[in-house]
Design a protein around this ligand. Structure first.
Ligand SMILES: [Cu+2]
Length: 415
């Protein structure tokens, strides 16, 4: 696919999406707009998680769109977000944290708030979101297995929130549910959560206030990457593989090497280009049905915008593919935070990948697949190798074609 054709495709889909949301006065179900499954209109679904005054305010606010083709929210850049975490690579931004030692354990302290904010999910389309530190998805936390993650959390939003970790957490007070520990935190309240980073893998955090689906779809979620500790892998190899045969020295060494490549504190990790892709969605008219889908919040952010045909992006162009070096291995930490639809998926064109479900093992759950599905809250590691491929554009997207057409369509640009 050449740059012009990819650019046209992106533009057609983006225009159609934008018009489906902004081009009509009354909220209209996306399925009606796309002539899909009939008229399950907004009225029929009204009341699904929307029965309070604030939503009516929000619905009215949806009349205030930015100028067409403009993003009003300039703070969040899906391209920066992709690689903003402790990658161990010099020159790359990490999420601010204090690192210290306590009782022989590395402690990583983060400051999180929950705030009400407005985010741009497509050009001219804004969404009244609730975000950790004002961003959706929230900051990516990365730690090494056994570290202590300490989060000083303060709720600055109008609703009561928590942070619930998908980790092996031994203390119920730290579970971030309404029924445990401090319970929900009202506006202005704060609490310090402490979690041991375990097990190794790619995990998830989110608000657990009720109604849960509303607090999730508004944007209160993020990714936790827990790197395996190679020394622990050497001692306990069985915990890191489904393989049930004998653990030979050779196999043990292979697992340890794989653990080093996953651990940002080891130089073996430097040869891997790591990124976080959160599959998310937005119900812009609060009818319990998503209107916009995305990889990392902004529809078509990794599509193809205007170029000179040589992959040089015009100044200010916000739509551009994820550029990857064919000599590096790519590792995508893939998380599904989609609400309302039970399943989301990733499909790569012209390429097969290895998939590690939840990232908890060092041997793949699936070898050589080109499509993987994840249910809500499921996540995993996708490992790609484009070293055989000619340079150029390679598409990847949700294989629910509706999701792809409504924003979850992206490209890698192999160079
Ligand atoms: Cu919440």
């Amino acid at each position: 696919m050449n740059y012009d054709e990819a650019g046209s495709l992106t533009e057609v889909l983006e225009t159609r999406l934008r018009e489906s949301i902004t081009g009509v006065d009354a909220p209209v179900s996306r399925r009606t707009v796309l002539g899909g499954l009939g008229v399950a209109g907004a009225g029929a679904l009204a009341g699904v998680g929307t029965a309070d005054e604030e939503h009516q305010d929000d619905d009215r606010e949806h009349g205030n769109f930015g100028a067409v083709d403009e993003y009003r929210d300039t703070d969040f850049d899906p391209h920066e977000f992709l690689r903003t975490f402790n990658t161990g690579r010099s020159g790359q931004d990490a999420v601010p944290q204090r690192v210290s030692e306590e009782d022989g354990r590395t402690v990583r302290e983060f400051e999180f708030t929950a705030v009400d904010t407005r985010i741009s999910i497509a050009p001219g389309v804004e969404f009244s979101a609730w975000g950790y530190n004002g961003q959706v998805p929230g900051p990516t936390i990365r730690a090494v297995e056994g570290d202590l993650i300490r989060i000083e959390f303060r709720n600055l939003g109008r609703h009561a929130h928590t942070i619930h970790p998908h980790l092996k957490n031994l203390n119920p007070r730290m579970d971030g549910t309404p029924q445990n520990g401090p319970g929900v935190l009202d506006t202005g309240e704060s609490f310090t959560y402490e979690w041991i980073a375990q097990p190794a893998g790619v995990h998830f955090y989110h608000c657990h206030s009720l109604p849960l689906k509303e607090h999730l779809h508004r944007g209160l979620y993020g990714t936790i990457v827990v790197d395996p500790d190679p020394e622990r892998v050497r001692k306990n190899p069985r915990e890191y593989t489904d393989y049930r045969g004998p653990i030979t020295d050779e196999f043990r060494t292979r697992l340890v090497e794989e653990a080093k490549s996953r651990n940002h504190e080891y130089s073996e990790n430097d040869a891997v280009d790591e990124m976080v892709v959160v599959m998310n969605s937005f119900d812009t008219n609060f009818d319990g049905d998503n209107e916009v889908y995305a990889a990392n919040t902004r529809a078509f952010a990794y599509g193809v915008g205007q170029t000179d045909g040589e992959g040089n992006w015009q100044p200010g162009e916000t739509k551009r593919p994820i550029q990857i070096d064919k000599n590096e291995r790519q590792r995508v930490y893939l998380v599904n935070t989609t609400e309302f639809d039970p399943v989301n998926s990733l499909h790569t064109h012209s390429q097969f990948f290895d998939y590690y479900d939840h990232g908890t093992a060092l041997t793949p759950t699936h070898d050589t697949i080109d499509t993987v599905m994840q249910c809500q809250a499921q996540r995993g590691i996708v490992e790609l190798d484009y070293s055989d491929h000619q340079p150029g554009l390679y598409m990847f997207h949700a294989h629910q074609s509706e999701f792809a057409e409504l924003g979850w369509m992206s490209f890698f640009e192999v160079v």
